[in-house]
Design a protein around this ligand. Structure first.
Ligand code: HEC
Length: 151
C-alpha cells in the first residue's frame, strides 16, 4: 500500500513545481503537465550531452561514462511524456505523427538507448563526437517527430 501514498506525494510535488511563482487561476491540464514533463526531460538530455562533450574535452573517462549512463537511463522516461494520445497543448513542438505510428516512435527511443549505452562502455569515449551523436541519437527522432525550430 506504499505506492498510492508515494504517487500522491509525487503528484503534489509536481503541482508545487508547476505552479511555482505563477499566479494561476486554473490548474494545468494533464496534457500540459505531460508537455512540461517531457520538455524538462529533453532539456536535461541537452545538459547531459553537454556534460559528455565536456568530459571528453577534459579526457575524464569516468565522468564521460557516468553521464552516458545517466543519459541512457533518462531515455527510458521518454515514453512517459507521450502516453496521453495527442497531447499537443499550446507551444508544443511534438508532431501528431507520434501517435499515428507509435511503434516507429518507440523504435527511435530504442535507437537512442542503444547508441547511448554503447558510449557507457569502457573505452568508448574516444569514438564520441557530439555532433554525430546528436544527429544519430537525437536528430533521428527529431527529423520525424519534432517540429523544426524557427532558427
Ligand atoms: C524518441 C524521440 C526523441 C529522441 C530520441 C530525442 N528527442 Fe528531443 N524531442 C522530441 C520531441 C517529440 C520533442 C518536442 C516535445 C514537445 O515540444 O512537446 C523534443 C524536444 C526537444 C528539445 C526542446 C525542449 C524544449 O525546451 O522545448 C530539446 C532541447 C531536445 N528535444 C533535445 C534532445 C536531445 C539532446 C536528444 C538526444 C540526446 C533528444 N532530444 C532525443 C523527441 C525526441
Amino acid at each position: 500500500m506504499k505506492k498510492p501514498i508515494r504517487s500522491i506525494a509525487v503528484a503534489s510535488a509536481i503541482l508545487l513545481v508547476a505552479s511555482n511563482g505563477v499566479a494561476q487561476d486554473k490548474q494545468p491540464t494533464p496534457e500540459e503537465r505531460a508537455y512540461k514533463f517531457r520538455t524538462s526531460l529533453f532539456q536535461t538530455f541537452a545538459w547531459k550531452l553537454g556534460q559528455m562533450a565536456q568530459a571528453k574535452g577534459k579526457n575524464d573517462e569516468a565522468a564521460f561514462t557516468q553521464n552516458a549512463k545517466d543519459l541512457a537511463y533518462l531515455s527510458s522516461m521518454i515514453e512517459e511524456g507521450f502516453t496521453i494520445e495527442n497531447s499537443l497543448p499550446e507551444g508544443t513542438k511534438a508532431k501528431p505523427e507520434i501517435w499515428e505510428d507509435f511503434a516507429k516512435f518507440q523504435g527511435k527511443i530504442t535507437n537512442m538507448a542503444d547508441i547511448t549505452n554503447g558510449f557507457a562502455k569502457e573505452g568508448a569515449m574516444s569514438d564520441f563526437d557530439p555532433r554525430e551523436f546528436g544527429s544519430k541519437a537525437c536528430g533521428s527522432c527529431h527529423r520525424d517527430f519534432k517540429i523544426k525550430d524557427d532558427k
